[in-house]
Design a protein around this ligand. Structure first.
Ligand code: SF4
Ligand code: SF4
Length: 277
């Protein structure tokens, strides 16, 4: 069993509680206009366009496949800027043991792992194998998910995770489809399911002026959250253009005043744990 991994960050303090190793899986079934790591969306098709552009010769085409030499790579990310396929030549198929080796290097300094993406649940069989071993090491397991796959049908996976962090990117089905390419009916069902079994760590919504109906979203999503459990954390996040593909979205960073208004709206609706990021 191998998983396609975009990258592994040994330490993060913003992907769940405590200090965590974060594993970013390659491949996503959404195509969000504001995606800040669009190179995780698709699997590399080995078109080869980025190969000759690498200033350090860290890429080569072999038998029709792009090979990345991580020992030569200087992580300049020029290949990611060149790729028109929303992909990365650096994504690597890894076995569970290879991922565990990376986790073991920092095991003494972390409280757990978070698996993100891309959309990690698209590789749920790999995650099940990985999580069984990580749990046996005494570490906690979180997933950061777009919740598009019916998790209520993935009992083995859900039993293994400690908690999930879920985006509700828009409350209205059509707006969600405009933003991501897919509707949000499964997302909402997953949120209700995870809350019911006490595995919903936080809900996140990105505020995108001029593109989304932000006040409506925060109003409706905070009401949904309160109906489930008012203590679940609601993280309201500023849109930031860093890493976002040029010319596919026309927005700006929301003002502090706007963010405060949205926080107050969520609190007025009964949310007891709201944070602005
Ligand atoms: S990040 Fe990409 S372009 Fe830069 S050195 Fe590595 S492989 Fe080459
Ligand atoms: S990363 Fe993109 S440009 Fe490079 S080979 Fe793969 S699909 Fe082509």
């Amino acid at each position: 069993m191998r998983g396609l991994v975009n990258k592994i960050i040994p330490f993060s303090s913003v992907d769940g509680p405590g200090n965590r190793t974060v594993i970013f899986m390659q491949g996503c079934n959404f195509n969000c206009l504001y995606c800040h790591n669009p190179e995780t969306i698709n699997v590399c098709n080995s078109c080869g366009i980025c190969v000759s552009k690498c200033p350090y010769n860290a890429l080569m085409l072999k038998f029709g496949n792009v090979i990345w030499d991580k020992n030569i790579c200087k992580m300049c990310d020029l290949c990611l800027q060149i790729c028109k396929n929303n992909s990365s030549p650096k994504a690597t198929y890894m076995s569970v043991d290879e991922v565990l080796k990376e986790i073991n290097k920092v095991k003494s300094f972390i409280s757990g792992i978070t698996v993100s993406g891309g959309e990690c649940t698209l590789q749920s069989e790999f995650l099940v194998d990985l999580f069984k071993k990580v749990k046996s090491m005494g570490l906690t397991v979180f997933i950061d998910t777009n919740a598009s796959i019916p998790l209520y049908e993935k009992k083995e996976l859900v039993d293994l995770i400690d908690m999930a962090m879920v985006d509700i990117k828009a409350y209205d089905f059509k707006e969600h489809k405009m933003l991501t390419g897919k509707g949000n009916d499964v997302v909402i069902e997953n949120v209700k399911y995870l809350a019911k079994i006490n595995k919903l760590y936080e809900i996140r919504t990105v505020i995108v002026p001029g593109v989304l109906n932000n006040y409506y979203n925060v109003d409706m999503i905070s009401k949904l959250l309160v109906s489930l459990n008012s203590n679940i954390r609601y993280k309201i996040i500023k849109y930031r253009p860093i890493g976002v593909r040029k010319d596919i979205i026309d927005s700006c960073v929301p003002s502090e005043d706007m963010m405060e208004e949205l926080l107050n709206l969520a609190v007025k609706n009964g949310c007891e744990n709201v944070i602005l990021v």
